[in-house]
Design a protein around this ligand. Structure first.
Ligand code: ASP
Length: 718
């Protein structure tokens, strides 16, 4: 049976699973020979070691969502412009429009502290699957999940710490309960891989005094805007610069003027020799999420229902934001981060949908399942199918609710937050001012007209998308009361609401006029929406997710038994991974060939198209046209971006793009539109990641911004 299975998979899946994979750095022995045969000049311990400095020590988890890399012995850090965006926005205003104009600290004193930003570094990754299973033997199903959490916490405490530190508090981390040291410098947790079929213990060290050093203007860092997001050929200088600061003994410390630049165990050598076709390439970072095990029924649900719903709702948000942001500079800055977030996933989903349809992913997976079914039971796949039938409408309602609250108007989310704040009314006169600060920062980025327009689009959409008994009903009732006129609904909600007028709300809040706040139409509607969601939708979604996880866990077990190539690697789960491939272009469509790199000539050509997203300043135009490229050009051209066949996903943004020697040659920031399907199905012929060439980054800092003191700090080989 084994042989017949191996034979089957070699026929139908070897093409699909040929180059994909995001490898766990502590287990590189599995792939190091293949990496070396493709050009890598390093050993696995150069990439990952807990005993000696290795490249892993120079890779950081940036803001728990992106990746960054350390490039100097003074904690200088590179990541993407879009990863640093929230912090660039934090320091920007109409008077100091760093978003548009860029910013460069010309000395360490000018570096700007970033409130809320953290940088974490992996200390160790150890597989503990056997320890977990050993401690779960004989546990009954009713107590399984409670016992599993306890076991995980127990095992987390066995994570190693340097001398002078000890685990002394349990706290909730991004992946559940974890152990932390007294001031949260270190944390240790057990992370599930492949739906809990494997477990790893990860120890992290986290720094929280991070300062913003610089970012290019938006006509470099965001060049191409939404027009070019997820697009190749690409010309975006998508990078920003930060610095990690440390307290006594180089250890983490909250912000303090006395803190000193962090001295890393390892930093990347920057290689300005350039990158060429077929060179070995790898990406070291924190990919967020892939779902490559999903069976055909799941892919069908995603492509026929889930993605179309989310795409439609985001389209509505983008239309409003575009109009409103165009109308005023203030609104443009206020909604810049939101607009980027909304647009980012929107375009990605459209690409994924197109790719999955083009490669007929549903039928491809169906065929594999049929082949598998011929030789062994595939019950989990059948269960997954029935779960979608039973809970599909709730999953869609949940997605619509989340789009409504996050991509649509923000007032309701804020009003719901108000409910939590008002839950403790004691000592109001002494605590109110403090409590108000969070609303202050909300209102900094609030524009009533934008909210009104978003609500006008989203209320009908939610009503249409969510079947009668769910949240949509609340708007349906309001619509009835207003004689089927959405304008009337808006008027009822917003005309007399405190929530659209910061000053009125602030006065009522500080005075403790709870009655007025709690009777506010926006407040009341928000609470009704959240309650309805919590009562009707959430329990079903939770039930479905729990059942789905169980079925997927069993599905991975079936695939493991069948030695299916999909189990060679673990789905991305925001943990440290390495992907490798070649520097290469692609042929995404009939008659279309993508070259593997772009140059500044393309910027000038795009500028000439007249599209607003391609506007550049006169200074840049003149530098590009007159070939003022410093010593960063190759054959008279300044290269901007390049592509490779590294398997990456969201979270890999900002990851170091490395050459065969482990030198930094680029910064990963995107995939081409045709590649976004790789979160579900990696197609080696077309899936490409996009990196900004490090020579362009250096050129921007040096020639464009005259921030050559930063270049001096780095170790650059030419
Ligand atoms: N642009 C993505 C990110 O923001 C990277 C990717 O999905 O390829 O992380």
């Amino acid at each position: 049976m084994k042989y017949s299975l191996l034979w089957l998979f070699s026929l139908t899946t070897s093409l699909i699973f040929a180059q994909e994979g995001m490898w766990i750095p502590s287990e590189l022995d599995k792939v190091i020979a293949d990496m070396q045969s493709k050009g890598l000049k390093l050993q696995s311990q150069d990439l990952y070691s807990v005993d000696q400095p290795s490249l892993k020590d120079a890779v950081v988890w940036f803001d728990m969502g992106c990746t960054g890399e350390i490039v100097s012995n003074e904690g200088l850090l590179l990541t993407n412009h879009h990863c640093g965006f929230d912090y660039i926005q934090q320091h920007s205003s109409v008077e100091n429009d760093y978003l548009t104009k860029g910013f460069w600290a010309m000395s360490k004193q000018e570096e700007k502290p970033c409130q809320g930003l953290t940088i974490s570094m992996v200390q160790s990754i150890e597989e503990v699957t056997a320890d977990v299973s050993g401690r779960m033997v004989g546990v009954q199903s009713e107590e399984y999940s409670k016992r599993l959490s306890d076991v995980k916490l127990m095992l987390a405490k066995e994570g190693k710490l340097p001398q002078g530190f000890q685990w002394n508090k349990e706290a909730r981390g991004p992946f559940g309960m974890e152990w932390q040291t007294a001031n949260g410098e270190f944390s240790s947790f057990i992370r599930d891989y492949n739906y809990g079929t494997r477990f790893y213990r990860i120890v992290l060290k986290t720094y929280s005094d991070i300062r913003w050093v610089g970012a290019p203007p938006s006509d470099i860092g965001k060049f191409g805007g939404d027009t070019d997001n997820w697009v190749w050929p690409r010309h975006t200088g998508d990078f920003s610069v930060f610095r990690i600061y440390a307290g006594a003994n180089n250890e983490p410390s909250p912000y303090n003027v006395e803190n000193k630049p962090y001295q890393p165990k390892k930093f990347f050598t920057v290689n300005a020799k350039g990158v060429h076709e077929n060179d070995f390439t790898m990406i070291y970072g924190f990919p967020g999420r892939t779902e490559h095990f999903l069976p055909s029924s799941a892919i069908q649900f995603v492509t026929e229902s889930m993605l179309p719903l989310r795409i439609e709702m985001r389209e509505a948000a983008m239309k409003v934001l575009k109009e409103r942001m165009f109308s005023s500079d203030k609104v443009r800055i206020q909604y810049a981060a939101k607009q980027s977030t909304v647009a980012n996933a929107y375009i990605k989903w459209k690409g994924a949908l197109q790719g999955l349809n083009k490669f007929d992913a549903v039928n491809l997976k169906k065929k594999q399942e049929e082949e598998l079914a011929a030789v062994m039971p595939i019950k989990p796949a059948v269960v997954i199918d029935s779960l979608y039938r039973e809970y599909g409408s709730y999953l869609l309602a949940n997605a619509a609710f989340s789009e409504f609250m996050n991509s649509g108007p923000e007032l309701f989310r804020m009003a719901n937050r108000m409910k939590t704040v008002l839950a403790t009314k004691e000592n109001w006169s002494t605590t109110a001012a403090d409590k108000w600060t969070e609303f202050e920062s909300f209102y900094k980025d609030f524009d009533a007209m934008t909210e009104r327009d978003l609500l006008f689009e989203f209320a009908p959409l939610l009503t249409k998308k969510v079947s009668g008994k769910l949240e949509g009903q609340i708007f349906r009732d309001l619509l009835k009361e207003n004689e089927d006129d959405w304008g009337g609904v808006l008027y009822t909600l917003m005309e007399n609401s405190l929530f659209v007028d910061t000053e009125l709300l602030k006065t009522a809040f500080l005075k403790g006029d709870f009655k007025r706040i709690e009777n506010d139409p926006i407040y009341k509607t928000a609470i009704a929406l959240y309650d309805q969601h919590a009562i009707v939708v959430q329990p079903k979604v939770q039930l479905c997710n729990a059942e789905m996880d169980k079925a997927l866990h069993q599905w991975v077990q079936v695939l493991t038994l069948a030695k299916h190539p999909a189990v060679n690697w673990c789905d991305a789960n925001s943990t440290l991974r390495i992907a490798y491939g070649k520097v290469q272009g692609s042929k995404p469509r009939d008659g279309v060939v993508y070259d593997y790199y772009t140059t500044t000539d393309g910027i000038v050509q795009k500028f000439q198209s007249g599209n607003y997203d391609f506007n550049i300043s006169a200074t840049l135009d003149s530098l590009y046209r007159n070939d003022i490229f410093g010593n960063y050009a190759e054959n008279g051209e300044l290269r901007v971006c390049y592509t490779g066949s590294n398997h990456t996903t969201g979270g890999n943004s900002g990851s170091p793009a490395l050459n065969a020697e482990g030198h930094l040659v680029g910064i990963n920031f995107d995939r081409s539109w045709e590649s976004t399907m790789s979160d579900y199905l990696f197609q080696p012929t077309i899936c490409r990641n996009i990196m900004v060439d490090i020579r362009y980054v250096l050129w921007v800092m040096d020639v464009y911004a005259n921030a050559d003191h930063l270049i001096q700090e780095m170790k650059i080989v030419r």
